[in-house]
Design a protein around this ligand. Structure first.
Ligand code: DC
Length: 231
């Protein structure tokens, strides 16, 4: 069967990774969470003292880029690949609210973006990939056969992330999560380099009122249409 590239972009906490994982599993494709890569670079910056609530030492981070080694390792128990930073599994550490608070600032650095985009293009060179992020359709895979742009209201998304953090035992206020979602929306859509925008040929899915199954089935129909057409 013809292998395609699926690009999934959208605002934070719109369920991009849930949909991407479902699709990759069903199609036997590789799933790549590019947000995890930006989060890992953020964690690296925090660990080395380049970023805190008071300052951001952008120049030192840029000079340290060659020392940042990122790779994904498939975990068969989880059914998806986990993020490794310099050979250490950081899958849990990159999901904290602290990393979420700093990640958009790190993702604004063009030199960081250039390095990660290069790695992402390389991962997708044989197609059969589902990649999610903010610039996948516009920058990483402009020729992707299927481009999905996901949206949902900020309140719906904050509630989802709040529930996730609570389930992990992270004691955080809903208002703090909503504020983080709104701030990240603003930075993601207003940065100079590769801002989040819906690509001209992307298909928008607002999942505020869709179940996971409804969303998955709708997208699967699009995938099947494309595979059947290009066969
Ligand atoms: O998808 P996420 O919430 O884990 O992404 C974390 C941050 O990384 C998000 O605020 C924006 C940034 N990001 C990006 O700029 N480009 C991508 N392709 C993926 C994520």
């Amino acid at each position: 069967m013809k292998k395609i590239t699926i690009a999934i972009d959208g605002y934070s906490s719109t369920g991009k990774s849930t949909l991407a994982k479902q699709l990759a599993k069903y199609l036997g494709y590789v799933y790549v969470d590019t947000g995890a890569m930006y989060r890992a670079v953020t964690l690296f910056s925090m660990q080395n003292g380049y970023i805190s609530s008071e300052y951001f030492d952008k120049e030192t981070l840029i000079n340290s880029i060659p020392n940042i080694k990122l790779h994904f390792e498939f975990n068969p128990q989880l059914g998806y690949a986990e993020m490794h930073l310099n050979d250490v599994n950081v899958e849990k550490e990159i999901r904290t609210i602290e990393v979420s608070n700093f990640v958009s600032i790190v993702a604004e650095v063009s030199q960081v973006r250039a390095k990660l985009v290069e790695q992402q293009k390389e991962m997708g060179k044989n197609k059969a990939i589902v990649m999610d992020g903010r610039d996948i359709a516009t920058v990483v895979f402009p020729d992707a056969e299927l481009k999905i742009f996901m949206t949902a209201s900020p309140e719906t998304r904050a509630q989802r992330r709040f529930d996730e953090l609570q389930a992990k035992g992270d004691d955080v206020a809903y208002e703090a999560v909503l504020k983080n979602v709104q701030e990240r929306d603003y930075i993601d859509t207003h940065r100079d380099d590769s801002p989040l925008v819906m690509d001209d040929d992307a298909i928008e899915i607002d999942n505020s009122y869709l179940t996971r199954e409804e969303q998955f089935n709708a997208v699967l129909e699009l995938v099947n249409d494309i595979i059947n057409k290009t066969n």
